[in-house]
Write a protein that binds this ligand. Structure first.
Ligand code: GDP
Length: 397
């Protein structure tokens, strides 16, 4: 009997032991799954960072990727990706031309001081007035405006009689300001409207500084607190899209581009505007190619870009980029572009590299649209809203 009882107890103990193991096993498996899950969670957060890196990431996506939550205990053996450079915070556009005034004054001082010294001569005879006209023409003011300035100054000098150096400077300042003035406002239209981004098309001959201007302008807009999307529709020059993307990445602006060489610029422009509308950015900035083989080529290409964009939304600004160092040649280019698209503003680049600031007057007259921005160097923040008073004061020293 005792043996039977012992047997029953032993069997019961054995059964309990197996059951206990079975009960524990699911708990153990669950633990493994959870840790696997945690592993999955970890790797799940990594691709979004890597993906962002691969695509060159931008905008808020990039900003998010730069500050991920601290990962729990990274595995030491894994190679670490190089740190992403922090987004730059560009300065706002206001007051930039004043900051760059010294650079402008350096390049234009010859022009200003030649005029001042001629006007300060004791006798202002016909020869002196001819010399004044010549200085103005040499500075690219243009023949008609130069004659107009001389005629106005002659009248003023006759009326005023005496001429102290300050009076001469005052006269010249007023006359130049009068010539630089335009009725049309110089402010860029960069506000969202009807629930859509402002669209700026940047046109001009290759080499004038178009892509650089797009990059600098994107920076400046970001500095003013706007969100920007770039469209790399200059598909003709292979490096242009990379160049634009690099500018954008520095300030967190996404670039829409095509990976196909010689892709259709109009389709890139369309995609960029569509992305801008979807992402609700403030401004879409589109860089275009400036092949100037014939006017018809240009008209075909830019005309198509314009038509295609307008299927999605209105174009708010067409900025024509002109290289200030190219003088009359630049003016000829400007004329052709103005026949093809409705230019709303001029960007005069490389004004730091020429003493021919008179081109501001000539080009405004030629096209009947204001200079809105000036490029005063190759640095990222060397693009400024054009301010006539600062410009004229820089010329006169
Ligand atoms: P694109 O072919 O018209 O797009 O011309 P890029 O943007 O590639 O510019 C051509 C060259 O002009 C580059 O070396 C720029 O750094 C230079 N550039 C652009 N704007 C200015 C400027 O305002 N001043 C100076 N000095 N150089 C400039």
């Amino acid at each position: 009997m005792i043996e039977i009882i012992i047997l029953i107890v032993v069997v019961a103990l054995v059964l309990l032991g197996v059951g206990g193991t079975m009960l524990l096993r699911p708990r153990g498996m669950h633990g493994v799954r959870r840790s696997r899950n945690r592993e999955l969670d970890l790797t799940g957060s990594m691709p979004s960072v890597t993906e962002d890196r691969d695509t060159g990431g931008s905008g808020t996506a990039t900003a998010t990727a730069t500050a991920p939550p601290a990962p729990p205990a990274p595995r030491p053996a894994e190679p670490t990706a190089p740190p992403r450079p922090a987004l730059e915070k560009p300065p706002p556009s206001a007051g930039r031309m004043v900051r760059l005034r010294a650079r402008l004054a350096r390049s234009q001082s010859g022009f200003g001081s030649a005029l001042l010294s001629l006007l300060s001569r004791d006798r202002l005879d016909d020869d002196t007035w001819d010399e004044i006209e010549e200085v103005l023409i040499t500075a690219d003011v243009g023949v008609t405006p130069a004659r107009q300035i001389v005629s106005d100054l002659r009248t003023q000098v006759k009326v005023e009689g005496t001429r102290t150096p300050d009076e001469v400077k005052g006269l010249l300042r007023a006359e130049l300001l009068n010539q630089v003035h335009t009725e049309a406002p110089r402010t860029l239209r960069t506000q969202r409207h009807e629930g859509r981004p402002a669209v700026i098309l940047v046109v001009g001959v290759n080499g004038t500084g178009k892509t650089t201007t797009c990059g600098k302008l994107a920076r400046s807009l970001v500095g003013d607190g706007e969100t920007v999307l770039l469209g790399a529709a200059d598909t003709f020059r292979a490096a242009a899209a990379d160049q634009l993307q690099t500018w954008g990445e520095r300030v967190g602006a996404e670039t829409v581009r095509s990976d196909k060489e010689q892709a259709d610029p109009a389709s890139v422009a369309f995609d960029a505007v569509s992305a801008g509308i979807e992402q609700e950015v403030d401004v879409v900035l589109i860089d275009t190619a400036g092949r100037l083989h014939t006017k018809n080529d240009l008209m075909d290409e830019l005309g198509k870009v314009k038509r295609v964009i307008e299927k999605r939304t209105a174009i708010d600004e067409v900025l024509l980029v002109l290289d200030a160092t190219t003088g009359q040649n630049g003016l000829r280019q400007a004329r052709v572009f103005a026949e093809v698209v409705d230019v709303t503003g001029i960007v005069l680049t490389k004004l730091d590299g020429t003493a021919k600031g008179g081109i501001v007057i000539a080009v405004q007259r030629e096209l009947g649209v204001p200079v809105k921005l000036v490029g005063l160097g190759e640095g990222p923040d060397d693009l400024a809203p054009f301010d006539p008073e600062t410009f004229v004061d820089a010329i006169l020293g």
